[in-house]
Ligand binder design. Structure first.
Ligand SMILES: *Cc1c(COP(=O)(O)O)cnc(C)c1O
Length: 379
């Protein structure tokens, strides 16, 4: 029996339409045929990003778009605020370090969202700060950040607001233009229902002004080249043609359902997963909860790595464990992309089964039953 389920916070499962699109014969990228696909993708992406800004497409994983943000906005010795509340927030700091940007780090206890007031204070204390780097959903801890409030603060400053929405976009609300977000970076393999390999970066005019003057070294990720090509519905280098064609299918699926409905659905799965965990005596790791992914604390005597491995290798149910200091201590279940209510029930059921095998004592079936009760309330 090789039926599998995938509920990791990236990669996420692929809809049939996406898989079939990728199996088609390749076409050349400097053709009107491909340009039509690019145009449609550009339009569809703008709806999902909730922006009128340019959105450039990169052939890389999500981190490539993060690097593109740093090198196109800043010059060596510029200052930037990096909010660090988990593994992915740390990546902003590491990127800034690699490109000789002075980092004003705001360290936040894992599981908590940054207090926007701390960003406001730092911006007031140092008028040289050119960028604020934050994370919409800190995937390593399943924590949500209040981008709207941060946007109101940064909008009135000299700095640009850069949001890593790699795991959050398409799963939770991010009103790029309405909230004053200058730059959003996203990867293809989470909320967008594609395989890994594409990244996206949206840039406001405030951000594009910085791009024209930034002195950081850049070549492949030089967004001035991307902008020039994009204005002709083109890309500076060979794009991942099959992924772009598949993106068109994924965007059609998102549009057909509508963003609001999708957000409500993932929010419901998140509530089902949290309440199921509590029903079997487990607690939730994050205090500021993201609806894109749920992190569940494991009992002290359960080896989380073994649990995840058994679920995957014995039962075909893929969920994620903890990273860095949370290794072995939590499990993470994603609510994004093509993940359904049925997938969510399967994950909870399998989690219960393996926890029982590993000797954890609880009322068996209580998690599944609670989750089903919550999911049934949905239309
Ligand atoms: C997955 C993820 C990344 C890393 O993306 P890659 O595609 O692996 O480069 C960065 N930030 C967040 C919030 C993520 O969830």
């Amino acid at each position: 029996m090789n039926k599998t389920y995938l509920l990791t916070p990236g990669p996420t499962p692929l809809p049939q339409e996406v898989r079939e699109a990728m199996a088609r014969q390749i076409i050349h990228h400097r053709t009107s045929q491909f340009q039509n696909v690019l145009k449609e993708c550009s339009q569809g992406l703008k709806e999902v990003f909730q922006t009128k800004n340019d959105i450039f497409m990169l052939t890389s994983s999500g981190t490539g778009a993060m690097e593109a943000a740093v090198v196109n906005l800043l010059s060596p010795n510029d200052s930037a605020i990096c909010v660090q509340a988990g593994k992915f927030g740390e990546r902003w700091t590491e990127l800034c370090k690699a490109f000789c940007i002075k980092q004003e780090v705001i360290d936040v206890k894992w599981g908590y969202a940054v207090n926007p007031k701390l960003i406001e204070d730092k911006l007031k204390a140092n008028s040289n700060i050119k960028a604020v780097f934050v994370t919409l959903c800190e995937t390593s801890t399943a924590t949500a950040v209040d981008i709207k409030t941060i946007g109101e603060i940064v909008k009135n400053s000299q700095a640009v607001l850069v949001v890593d929405a790699i795991s959050g976009l398409g799963a939770v609300d991010l009103e790029t233009d309405a909230w004053g977000v200058d730059v959003v970076v996203v990867g293809s393999q989470k909320g967008l229902m594609l395989p890994p390999g594409l990244a996206f970066i949206s840039m406001s005019s405030k951000a594009q002004n910085l791009m024209d003057n930034a002195k950081s070294p850049r070549y492949y990720f030089d967004m001035r080249k991307a902008k020039k090509a994009w204005d002709q519905t083109d890309t500076p280098f060979t794009p991942a043609v099959s992924l772009v064609i598949a993106l068109k299918e994924a965007l059609d699926i998102i549009k057909k359902e509508g963003l609001a409905k999708r957000f409500a659905r993932f929010s419901l799965y998140a509530r089902a997963a949290r309440e199921a965990a509590k029903a079997i005596g487990l607690s939730i790791f994050a205090k500021d909860l993201s609806d894109a992914v749920t992190a569940i604390n494991l009992p002290d005597n359960i080896d989380g790595e073994k649990l995840v491995k058994t679920m995957r290798d014995t039962y075909g149910v893929g969920i994620a464990g903890g990273q860095a200091e949370l290794k072995g201590k939590i499990v993470r279940i994603a609510h994004m992309g093509y993940i359904s209510a049925e997938d969510t029930i399967a994950a909870i059921s399998c989690l219960e089964k393996v926890l029982t095998e590993m000797g954890y004592n609880f009322k068996q079936g209580a998690g599944v039953s609670k989750a089903e009760e919550i999911l049934r309330t949905a239309k």
